[in-house]
Design a binder for this molecule. Structure first.
Ligand code: HEM
Length: 211
């Protein structure tokens, strides 16, 4: 298993799998099969995939720890960047196909419709994460600061879930399912953090004190 996870080809395969949702959209577009309301269809598909990729990215660390498979970390950056890629498609669909770059309409929507406000905030939060995802930026910021910055992904995912919850009228099951998954992932990280602190505490107590 560990050998398979370290393989270059698996990474290529995962990369290709991540392109499947956009490939299906492209295929349906070429065949005129985007339903009676193509803009809505594309917006929903790309929105769904943004949220799914955010949650998959956040699941990597818990899975790595629970399964004892450190190699899983190789996929985290790619999955996070795919979340950003789908967010860009989602945002561009709204900006270009729905709003036709009409700046005043865009601002009206961002300021007046609460689900757009939080969606917009979720998207903005992803930009610095995508820009600083390289090894060069980890070095420049230092591991601790980089990690702190990249915890914003939890906030972005939470805003994404709220965005979804606020836009549905009655079908709340799906946004609530995403919310439950996010809550489990957050809880896991919190428990792991507390356990880590407790493990370190006795060591700190034994540090010799100056006389
Ligand atoms: C991280 C950022 C975002 C996430 C995770 C996200 C996620 C979603 C999801 C899951 C849906 C519903 C899909 C469905 O019904 O199956 C959706 C719909 C939508 N989103 Fe987003 N979104 C994000 C950012 C944005 C931004 C920045 C905008 C525009 C400023 C936006 C505009 C919309 C619109 C217009 C809809 C369709 C609403 C409707 O059905 O009336 N989203 N989004």
């Amino acid at each position: 298993m560990r050998k398979l996870l370290s393989s270059k080809w698996l990474k290529v395969l995962v990369f290709l799998l991540c392109l499947v949702p956009v490939g299906i959209l492209g295929w349906r577009a070429v065949h005129g099969d985007l339903t009676a309301n193509p803009i809505e269809f594309i917006t929903h598909a790309t929105g769904d995939w943004t949220l799914r990729f955010l949650l998959i990215t956040l699941a990597i660390t818990p899975l790595r720890m629970l399964l004892g498979l450190p190699e899983l970390v190789r996929f985290r950056r790619m999955l996070g960047l795919f979340a950003f890629f789908y967010a860009c498609l989602h945002f561009s669909t709204w900006l270009v196909l729905d709003k036709f770059f009409d700046i005043s309409e865009i601002w009206k929507d961002v300021l007046k419709r609460r689900f757009i406000t939080v969606g917009f905030a979720a998207f903005l939060l992803l930009i610095p994460l995508a820009l600083t995802s390289t090894a060069g930026w980890i070095r420049r910021l230092g591991g601790k600061r980089w990690q702190a910055l990249h915890r914003l992904i939890y906030l972005s995912a939470a805003l994404g879930v709220i965005h979804y919850y606020w836009l549905v009228k009655s079908a709340v099951i799906r946004p609530l399912t995403y919310a439950a998954i996010l809550a489990v992932l957050l809880l896991y990280r919190l428990i792991a953090w507390l356990a880590n602190r407790r493990r370190r505490a006795p060591i700190a107590q034994h540090v010799p004190q100056p006389l």
